[in-house]
Design a protein around this ligand. Structure first.
Ligand code: FDA
Length: 307
């Protein structure tokens, strides 16, 4: 029951202030966030790539409220691109962006986000890496997929994310399963209404498998974004069934979650990409991670009240 409450709290400014100021928050945040500053993030990225992982780096910052923040986020990504290239990491480290960090939710936001993300994708391509557009709540899906379509005309390796909890996603998978397409399939992390999304975990999981089949049978590069051991095993079976070699799909997991499983997949020769968030604006990301897992929530709430 606490999951939906935490997802609502993820968008509350007053709760943000309370949680951010609590001293007990820090160690929990450090588990999921690879540092507030770029240098710390690069150290973590270097450690992961040194252990055979691929990485996708997310500069945290979402749901911004004015245009200057969108420009700051764009510039942060440009600096990140330079830093990855300068450290010789561009081959193994790409970037994930949330279009809300580029102004998508502001008036005229679709065009604004498209304008702001373009130089990042250009710079990434010049540096020899790629960008994946994260997917946010269901009201943004059409805009995000339209921007993806535009970007892919010039930068065909730009990646998409689809969420199995949305009813529409099987159709989106069919549309995105073509040649050259990079698609990360996730279950979905936002609080969505019953008229657009499955509410029951069993149904979300079944939809995940249906979407996985479409992507594995297609011609693109499926990116299996899940920590769920059943989804990982099913993805391996489907890849075999559809004759995919290990470099024709990849697993993706979040920084700090199921690290032993990440290592195990690398040891088996699978592509394993870790999603590495960094930056000071970690609140929304952190709350979604708490909402996903009762054990995380319980630990965090106990430490708040025991002080
Ligand atoms: P599920 O929630 O069923 O968890 C399976 C198991 O994984 C759990 O039993 C537990 O062992 C472990 N686990 C899962 N979450 C955990 C946590 N927070 N802490 C500790 N253990 C945990 N969503 C979205 O809406 N848009 C996006 O762009 C992305 N991007 C993205 C990238 C990548 C690389 C990943 C892995 C995930 C996302 N997500 C996302 C989040 C995704 O939608 C989903 O909320 C989480 O991955 C949790 O779902 P699982 O598939 O892991 O399964």
């Amino acid at each position: 029951m606490l999951g939906p409450v935490l997802l609502a709290a993820a968008r509350s400014d007053s709760i943000r202030r309370l949680v951010s100021a609590a001293p007990v928050t820090r160690p929990m945040v450090d588990r999921f966030v690879a540092g507030e500053q770029l240098e710390q993030c690069l150290t973590n990225v270097t450690s992961l790539t040194g252990r055979g992982m691929q990485v996708t780096v997310d500069h945290l910052g979402e749901d911004i409220t004015d245009r200057s923040e969108a420009l700051r986020n764009r510039d942060a990504y440009l600096a990140l691109t330079d830093a990855l290239a300068g450290a010789g990491l561009a081959e193994h480290a790409e970037m994930s962006v949330k279009l809300s960090a580029f102004g998508q939710a502001l008036p005229g936001g679709h065009d604004l986000a498209q304008r702001n993300v373009l130089p990042v994708v250009e710079a990434a391509t010049a540096a020899g890496t790629t960008v994946t557009l994260d997917m946010e709540d269901h009201t943004t899906v059409d805009s995000t997929l339209a921007i993806l379509g535009q970007l892919r005309e010039r930068f065909p390796r730009t990646g998409a994310v689809v969420q199995s909890y949305l009813f529409r996603t099987e159709d989106d998978c069919h549309a995105l399963a073509g040649e050259g397409s990079r698609v990360r399939l996730v279950k979905g992390a936002y609080k969505e209404p019953a008229d657009v999304a499955f509410q029951n975990k069993g149904e979300v999981d079944k939809a995940y498998v249906r979407c996985l089949k479409i992507l594995m049978a297609g011609k693109g590069h499926p990116m299996v974004g899940s920590h769920d051991p059943r989804m990982v095993a099913i993805a391996q079976n489907l890849a075999e069934r559809y004759g995919r070699k290990k470099d024709e799909y990849e697993f993706q997991m979040l920084y700090g979650i199921r690290e032993a499983e990440q290592e195990r997949l690398v040891a088996q020769g699978h592509g394993m990409r870790v999603y590495v968030p960094y930056g000071t604006d970690w609140y929304g990301y952190f709350m979604r991670r708490l909402a996903e897992r009762p054990a995380n929530m319980g630990f965090f709430l106990r430490s708040l009240v025991s002080r």
